[in-house]
Design a binder for this molecule. Structure first.
Ligand SMILES: C=C(OP(=O)(O)O)C(=O)O
Ligand SMILES: [Mg+2]
Length: 398
């Protein structure tokens, strides 16, 4: 296995036009990997810390590069990720920035795959991976922290659970997105797009449900397989410490549980992410008890890809699914650990993009490498299709 020779950093643009960290890793044998950190807008309180980009890069040059260059082997991802932890020395990567750490962690994995001459998913997951593909959850209408003056619920997702292939699932989500656009136009609702490429019309959540329900039914009929609806309520952003405030609606915690449980039944939801506040394991557990047999109750801000928080959730029955965002925790090894802990305990992992993204397609490989049952990475837009098209390519070649 080959030693890391050099680690370089530069600021590049993300999809919101903000600066983000790109890392490049080269190995003594000529292997090369490049990766970039994504960035959230509706970030969880317990996520690893994203530092201002120039600060993160300066810290990484000073603290990360010397610990890896000439010392670590590219193929030994766990040792590399431990070195990143040691270079930082905090629990939350607040010294070097989770943005620097995750960019390096992913770039090292790509360099190691390059050395092997194997696709990244195979380096990460082994020779027997590449047969199963995640169901892509496609954001078709949204607001919340991702768009101003749009729906209160952050993401309305198409969930093509009946698709016979990942390619058909990806195309179906794009078709739902297009159909939603047509329906909005028919209603005279001019709509811009939010950060993830979803339509961001100035309509209330009830109207969005009508439109997404119609669009998913139309496209399901056209494609000939089942397409359900999922949601990311991003409820921590809507909880004021006393009530949930979604548009004009104010709800107590008990009312929020009732509201989401009713939505699950009314719209046959396949998936509800962050339906409740990130500190309220108990209310999560109550909702999961009520609807967990027929829908995925997924923790994003609740778990922040952190195995300690996930273990607490498992112990308390708080959910049955976890969102996995490598930059929430800072290393690929720890994202892997979260997925493994989840699957050992019957939790479905949903590997996820962030609202601020780049062309980096690592998460597509991560999902295939871990046999994750779902991936959430938008429906349209170049930084989203980078991952979706990568899935199609992997499926083609695998
Ligand atoms: C992808 C999401 O958004 P962000 O990256 O803004 O946290 C999410 O909340 O699931
Ligand atoms: Mg979320």
């Amino acid at each position: 296995m080959t030693r890391i020779e050099a680690v370089r950093f530069r600021p590049i643009l993300d999809s919101r036009g903000n600066k983000t960290v790109e890392a490049e890793v080269s190995t003594e044998s000529g292997g090369f990997g490049r990766a970039a950190a994504p960035s959230g807008a509706s970030t969880g309180e317990y996520e690893a810390i994203e530092l201002p980009v120039d600060e993160a890069i300066a810290a990484a040059r000073e603290r990360i590069a010397p610990r890896l260059e000439g010392r670590e082997f590219a193929g030994d991802q766990r040792s590399v990720d431990s070195a990143l932890r040691a270079a930082d020395g905090t629990e939350d990567f607040s010294e070097v920035g989770a943005n620097s750490a995750v960019a390096v962690s992913m770039a090292v994995a790509k360099a190691a795959a390059d050395v092997l001459g194997a696709p990244l998913y195979q380096h990460l997951g082994g020779a027997f991976r590449g047969r199963n593909f995640p169901v892509p959850l496609g954001n078709v209408v949204g607001g919340g922290e991702h768009a101003a003056d749009a729906t209160a619920i952050q993401e309305f997702l198409a969930a093509p659970v009946g698709a016979p292939s990942v390619r058909q699932a990806v195309f179906a989500n794009a078709a739902v997105h297009e159909r939603v656009g047509d329906l909005l136009e028919e209603r005279g609702e001019a709509a811009a797009k939010g950060d993830e490429g979803a339509w961001a019309p100035s309509i209330d959540d009830a109207t969005a449900f009508e439109i997404v329900d119609e669009a998913t039914s139309d496209v399901a009929e056209e494609f000939g397989f089942e397409i359900r609806i999922g949601l990311d309520l991003a409820a921590a952003e809507r909880y004021d410490g006393d009530e949930y405030v979604f548009g004009d609606e104010h709800r107590s915690t008990a009312e929020q549980v009732d509201y989401v449980a009713d939505l699950v039944d009314e719209y046959d939801l396949a998936y509800v992410e962050d339906p409740l506040d990130e500190d309220d394991f108990e209310a999560f557990a109550e909702l999961t008890e009520r609807v967990g047999d027929r829908t995925l109750v997924c923790g994003d801000d609740l778990f922040v890809t952190n195995t300690e928080r996930l273990q607490r959730g498992i112990d308390e029955g708080a959910a049955n699914s976890i969102l996995v965002k490598p930059n929430q925790i800072g290393t690929l090894s720890e994202a892997f650990d979260a997925i493994e802990l989840a699957s050992r305990n019957g939790y479905d992992a949903v590997v996820s993009h962030r609202s601020g993204e780049t062309e980096d397609a690592t998460i597509a490989h991560l999902a295939v490498a871990t046999d994750a049952p779902f991936i959430k990475t938008g429906a349209v837009g170049g930084e989203r299709t980078a991952k979706l098209n990568e899935l199609i390519r992997i499926a083609d070649e695998a």
